[in-house]
Design a protein around this ligand. Sequence first.
Ligand code: SF4
Length: 155
Amino acid sequence: MILISSCLAGLATTYDGRDNYREEIAALLQQGKAVLVCPEQLGGLPTPRPPAEIVGGSGADVLDGKAKVLTNDHRDVTAEFIRGAEQTLKIARTVNAKYAILKESSPSCGSTLIYDGTYSKRKQPGFGVTSALLRRSGIEVYSEANFKSLLDKIN
Ligand code: SF4
């Protein structure tokens, strides 16, 4: 089973109430190969919600208490992001997911790049909070940019 970011499958779960629909990724759900997750909703945040960025590090640093997740109006949502990551991992274990395809650049779901914490649309290498926890737990994390290599591997 594969975990998929709900926004990639067409659900309007992004911070501004939109989606990031990708037909080939949504097809995995229709084929019964995937389960949808939105870590930020699972963490208890509303939709729409203020945009947030990791400040002072990456997703792994957030998990280790060395960095925070702050909204653009300076509200600390670190606890919600960690809760969302933990709930996502719980779903992964429940459905025995070995892989995830998560939205690139998100402070939860990014797996190569994340925004740099300055709210200026600049990105830096790093994992989001959920991607970091999944990787630590042995789940391979892909994005909409490289998921075809996963499909080649499992098909
Ligand atoms: S937390 Fe992940 S699944 Fe939810 S809207 Fe953001 S990128 Fe999509």
